[in-house]
Design a protein around this ligand. Structure first.
Ligand code: CMP
Length: 137
């Protein structure tokens, strides 16, 4: 079993479609082992996305991620990291496969409704950024 980290981003929470996204997660066989709703500060978003700090979109991304609440989750499944990225679809919804979360719900490449860890080392940073071991059940 593998664990990955997931976010339902502000654009999706604002449109009241987090339930639809959580349904897709459960239907795909993930176990939700941690979940909470939080409102990130700008500096908390910057710390989370520090690997992108040199990118031109970094400031806009952190402003977006801190403008309203998000739902953060830890998902468990065999090959969870790859499976969650497949279910989300491509970062840019214009390139996402039909049936994926980003194809169905994302507004654009930045407001793309969901986030997922891209590798085991990333999950190992992202999960404890938001959850203590006692919160994962
Ligand atoms: P995410 O999977 O959370 O990882 C980094 C985020 O940066 C990405 O989803 C998008 O929200 C955003 N992003 C990536 N590329 C671009 C881009 N070219 N322009 C604007 N935002 C981007």
């Amino acid at each position: 079993m593998e664990r990955t980290f997931a976010i339902i981003k502000p654009d999706a929470v604002e449109r009241n479609i987090s339930g639809k996204i959580i349904s897709k997660i459960e239907e795909a066989g993930f176990k939700i082992v941690g979940m909470k709703k939080i409102h990130l500060s700008k500096s908390q978003a910057e710390g989370f996305y520090y690997v992108h700090k040199e990118r031109p979109f970094f400031n806009d991304l952190c402003t977006f991620m801190s403008r309203s609440p998000v739902i953060v989750m830890v998902l468990e499944k065999e090959n969870a990291i790859a499976a969650w990225r497949t279910l989300m679809g491509a970062t840019n919804p214009a390139n996402a496969e039909p049936g994926t979360i980003r194809k169905e719900f994302a507004k654009n490449i930045e407001e793309n409704s969901s986030h997922g860890s891209d590798a085991p080392e990333t999950a190992a940073f992202e999960i404890p950024y938001f959850f203590s071991a006692l919160e994962l059940v």
